[in-house]
Design a protein around this ligand. Structure first.
Ligand code: HEC
Ligand code: HEC
Length: 219
């Protein structure tokens, strides 16, 4: 996100907070100028960075990549994608006990604040594997990803963009589970993109796709 868009989002967040809290709105005189607004936006962003460190980092890692099984990498993910998923958790439509419990009490401004913070986390490459990925499985995985147009939406570099998530280097156990979730309907997407993308993919091929995606190193 460009810095001005981040600023605009943070500024919107601040005015939403003011609207939500009459006491706050009354205590403050009308915005005295751009400097005060930008200082408030910076303070709000710092607040979500701190809340991420104290709450979310326990599972997702301070830099957005943890080793906790089943826990997705958030580093390099887009704020646009992150906010759709926090929304789905809050509505109880995406099913994970911990994430639903965390998202339930969030206001719209919280969804935006956490998502904007996630959008600032630089991609963190997967640790160098002790065993090199199997070349034959990687080339079969690539062929499947092209055949089923995964690369069309997620990009040949699997880096996604905006509401399409980065998937290259995502954790294999998580990708395996999430593809199965889309296929079975357990994970309804924000749109029908993934349900449709997987409708022609046999279940037997999902694990190979997950292997390819997780071991993809950008080359
Ligand atoms: C108890 C561990 C835990 C904590 C704490 C936690 N998460 Fe999660 N988070 C998960 C797991 C596990 C998933 C994957 C759920 C699934 O399989 O559908 C997830 C998924 C997500 C996703 C979707 C990622 C994707 O690639 O689709 C986002 C965004 C997210 N968490 C943000 C947060 C934020 C923001 C916080 C702090 C407010 C947080 N999480 C705290 C465990 C946690
Ligand atoms: C038409 C565009 C499109 C195509 C084709 C597509 N995807 Fe997706 N994909 C998306 C979107 C959009 C999402 C976000 C899910 C949502 O809507 O909630 C997503 C989500 C995902 C996720 C979840 C990432 C996360 O962090 O939770 C994985 C994994 C994934 N796609 C892999 C694939 C694979 C493998 C293929 C090929 C079989 C594929 N996608 C084809 C658009 C697409």
């Amino acid at each position: 996100m460009t810095s001005w868009r981040r600023f605009a989002a943070a500024a919107a967040l601040v005015s939403a907070a003011a609207l939500a809290s009459p006491a706050f709105a009354q205590a403050k005189k009308p915005a005295p100028g751009a400097n005060a607004a930008s200082a408030a936006a910076t303070a709000a962003a710092a607040d979500y960075a701190e809340r991420f460190r104290t709450v979310c980092a326990a599972c997702h890692g301070a830099n957005g990549r943890s080793d906790m099984p089943g826990t997705p990498v958030l580093a390099g993910q887009y704020s646009f994608y992150a906010i759709t998923q926090l929304f789905l958790f809050r509505e109880g439509r995406r099913n994970n006990e911990a994430m639903i419990a965390l998202a339930k009490p969030m206001k719209d401004a919280d969804l935006r604040g956490f998502s904007d913070f996630i959008g600032t986390l630089a991609p963190v490459p997967a640790p160098v594997p002790t065993v090199l990925p199997d070349a034959a499985r990687m080339s079969k995985g690539l062929a499947l990803a092209q055949q089923h147009k995964c690369t069309f939406c997620h990009g040949a570099d699997l880096a996604g963009g905006q509401q399409v998530p980065r998937i290259g280097g995502q954790k294999e156990d998580y990708v395996r589970a999430t593809l199965r979730g889309f296929k079975s309907g357990d994970r309804p997407g924000y749109t029908r993109a993934m349900t449709e993308a997987l409708s022609q993919v046999p279940v037997e091929d999902l694990d190979l796709l997950a292997y390819y995606v997780a071991n993809f190193s950008g080359k």
